[in-house]
Design a protein. Sequence first.
Lengths: 407, 295
Amino acid sequence: MVQLRKLAAAVALATAGAMSAGAAHAQISGGVVKIGVMNDMSSLYADIGGPGSVEAARMAVEDFMKTSKAKLKVEIVSADHQNKPDVGSNIARQWYDVDGVDAIADVPTSSVALAVNQVTRDKGKAFLVTGAASSDLTGKACSPNTVHWLYDTWMLANGTGSAIVKTGGDTWFFLTADYAFGHALERDTAEVVKKNGGKVLGQVRHPLNTQDFSSFLLQAQASKAKIIGLANAGGDTINSIKQAAEFGIVKGGQNLAGLLVFITDVHGLGLNTAQGLILTEAWYWDLNDASRAWAKRFAPKNGGKYPSMDHAGVYSAVLHYLKAVEAINSDDGTKVIAQMKKMPTDDPLFGKGRVRADGRKLHDVYLFEVKKPAESKGPYDYYKVRATIPAEQAFRPEKDGGCSLVK
Amino acid sequence: MPEIFGIPSAALFGQLLIGLINGSFYALLSLGLAVIFGLLNIINFTHGAQYMIGAFCAYLLFNKLGLGYWWSLAIAPVAVGATGVVIERTMLKPLYKLDHLYGLLLTFGLALIIEGLFRNQYGSSGQPYPIPQELTGGHNLGFMFLPTYRGWVIFASLVVCFGTWFVIEKTKLGAYLRAATENPHLVQAFGINVPRMITLTYGFGVGLAALAGVMAAPIYQVSPQMGSSLIIVVFAVVVIGGMGSIMGSILTGFGLGVIEGLTKVFYPEASNTVIFIIMAIVLLFKPAGLFGTQR
């Protein structure tokens, strides 16, 4: 009887051993780390991320391979979510269930990002958000499978909003894109305005991808607010600013606050219209030697267009993701994200930083002012730095977000 | 200040005027569509792309050749109209005898290709185009600040719309055109070159789209998707006005612009759906549209 028990134990041990050995071989699912870059490839946000983000991800893989000893096989795929949450979550499901994708990167348009955030959590994969802004991604919608890499609505509100209130812009009217992102940006900015002693006089919600803003601008004009806060992005911001100039809003004594302005928007507007705008971004190509070198490498791959902060964010997030995969030799989404939070971040574009328990990546951000045409040396020489906001102050304190992962 | 439904009446007048301005674009574009559909029976989904090419044409003339707005206003419609003639001769002609659906698919495909090519070249953020020097600034009307350029847009589009209506409904050339669509064989028997007339009509419709594009360039960003965001609305305008009805498309264009403008005040969230709600209601009660006749 004792003999039999010993035998059974031995068999059990051997089986367990064999299983764990098998698992060690299969830790990279399908033998390849597959990263899906999903964003708006064809509409108003396509210049911010678009095909450029795919190039940025490829550059991250290239640079990772140069230093990595693990000999990982990495593949990049991409898709267009058309700014529609249903399209985005369908692609995410298809990628995770059928195509063996391990992580999704970029995903601008907060409504889509929130949908993909949920799908990723259900499937236990990894989500590297750089394009979307809603601070809910590290707040009430935070997930052990998501890292919010680049920027968020709280950071934008805190950077641009408080800078403007402090220089006398204490009454606000919001022009808000009518979806998750616009609502979050308006909410976070309104809080900052009120906290600094300002007042919000009203707001109007416009549909995403609107051509004509004159009607909304007229309402903003009638509000007599000193500051018209643009809680929108991309093509919507460009058209708002352009048409505000036409309707003499700035000449009439009201000022515009672009709460989310990318360098591609400034390029589209031209410096004549955009000069003097104050904006907050997490990255600009002309910050230092490393960023300049990266931009010079990137531009030819992107049809001569210089990188936006989103492109830099995708590069940096994918790089850190791959380092984490290498460190634990696994592409299990939940484990990799945990590892990404454990390891300090370090890359040529954002320097040293870290990822918090709620998924928020911390780095310095910058308050920029758009140059006058005379100050600019040519295309893409657009910003001067007004202030650097240190990483620990730039983002919402961890305890204030209401994220369930923070104890 | 007197109020109407809780909105100061001054603000309401402003919104009405802005509605008229947007309506002028709807009218110009739906007019071209109506002419093309009425005389060729082609549902021209390339119209939005042709409007966009018109705007890019102005942009390129300005930046490459230094030719300003007024030159563009003359050159762009002719140049883009000429490409329309080529498209009609080479691609649309074989489709006249087939179902509408074939023309729709072809023109829709063309629109996607053209937009893709422009996006590849110029990116999605678009390009800036300055307001012509003569039309900068604006006037304070008391109830609103009217930029001079927007005033010009209303004026120009009214002239073009009613000019077109007049030519088609009241002149001999228009009579030929209408006769040719009614019974091409009979008209041809009188010695009139019907195919050439149809080709030129398509070219003219496309030219109208390009003209609208040039007029839009200083207001909106010159971007590859500027047409696709407009074309669906414009189609709704044509359907409400009655497919092929010229006066119908002009009046509905202006009228819907105003209704959309008012929606932006009372319930802005619905401003991009209101036109489709109206379309559904009109189709329920008058399937041929407000001014259309059952074919």
